[in-house]
Design a binder for this molecule. Structure first.
Ligand code: DAH
Length: 340
């Protein structure tokens, strides 16, 4: 058999099958069409396949390739018809039984993820306090994630068990592997390296730590980093900014408490707690930027001073909406997501 003849048969079959599946108005006629075209023994596709052995040997390769394409096309038409019928059996394609007076299938309107909504709101609140939003990369080098933040080589925070270091060769510069950033404090460094003081920024984004997921941990979460650098800044300014922020986000009746703590990049350092609904809840860390950090980015610690803070975005959102399991955010279950 000539190749052209075989291809013609395939084309005819493809359009006949398209027509049959496209016009199947119920599951019985769809099943009948399936048996007719895709039936394993007597189906028309099978019949054409049997012809392939009669195509001139030199042309069999082309014949086979075209056969596979048509087969996929017919299977896709069947699949589409199956989905169309499962979706309510509309017979729009055929037009014959279409009742124009029926109400349409309502479209499901999507919405922004609750974390995205939270991020937008936090930017808005901090924007009113004069902070502009800065961004940094999620794949970081050791300098921005640790070194410049005054976290020395032997510090436990750099432990491979506590970080996602990248092993691929092209992501590795010499003997200092890159990593998924473990904190948004990296953006403090990037901004200060590129901007002369004064600085007043926030940065909202993802951070990564190899934690096992449970109700309060997830290997990826979001932080809001804040940084303010100027000539005369005190911890009272830090406390005011965080209190105004909390009052805006959680409501006017929030109280704020500082507990002494330690972070390599701030001195002194504090944990920030908010009192809300009769409970003290820890939201993150803060402090006055360590002179070593200012020096690392080329600022003069005799000239400028500032504060920094880092808060957990999920935690804020969970408090506000009384969500008790962080994993809900990342299951992508619309029954959860559509509540926000
Ligand atoms: N980077 C810290 C963490 O991920 C949070 C933090 C603490 C950020 C104190 C700061 C800060 O800017 O001053 O645990």
């Amino acid at each position: 058999m000539a190749l052209a003849e075989f291809l013609q048969q395939l084309d005819d079959l493809a359009s006949a099958a398209d027509q049959a599946f496209g016009s199947a108005g119920d599951s019985d006629s769809l099943e009948a069409a399936r048996v007719e075209y895709l039936g394993a023994k007597q189906g028309r596709l099978k019949a054409v396949q049997k012809q392939m052995g009669r195509v001139d040997p030199g042309d069999r390769r082309s014949a086979g390739m075209r056969f596979n394409q048509v087969k996929q096309q017919i299977e896709a038409a069947f699949q589409a018809a199956t989905e169309r019928l499962a979706d309510g059996g509309s017979t729009v394609q055929q037009g014959a039984h279409f009742d124009h007076s029926l109400p349409g299938t309502p479209l499901r309107v999507g919405r922004l993820h609750p974390i995205t909504q939270t991020i937008e709101e936090l930017k808005d609140i901090m924007g009113r306090l004069g902070f502009s939003a800065a961004e940094g990369p999620e794949i970081e080098d050791q300098w921005h994630n640790f070194e410049a933040l005054n976290i020395p080589h032997e510090h436990p925070a750099r432990d491979p068990l506590d970080n996602f270091y990248l092993s691929s060769a092209e992501k590795t510069t010499g003997d200092t592997p890159l990593l998924l950033r473990s904190q948004t404090s990296t953006v403090q460094i990037r901004v200060m390296e590129n901007t002369p003081p004064p600085v007043r920024i926030i940065s909202l984004g993802r951070v990564y730590r190899p934690d096992t997921a449970d109700a309060t941990h997830y290997p990826m979460f979001h932080q809001m980093e804040g940084l303010l650098i100027d000539r005369q800044v005190t911890m009272a300014d830090l406390k005011s900014v965080l209190r105004l922020f909390a009052a805006s986000y959680l409501g006017g009746d929030v109280h704020i408490r500082f507990r002494p703590s330690f972070f390599p990049f701030t001195e002194p350092s504090v944990e920030v707690d908010y009192h809300w609904n009769d409970q003290w809840i820890e939201f993150g860390g803060a402090g006055m930027v360590d002179p070593n950090v200012l020096q690392a980015v080329g600022y003069d610690p005799e000239e400028v001073i500032g504060f920094a803070f880092g808060l957990g975005v999920e935690r804020l959102c969970m408090r506000r909406h009384r969500i008790n399991d962080i994993r809900e955010f990342y299951k992508n279950d619309v029954r959860f997501l559509h509540q926000f």
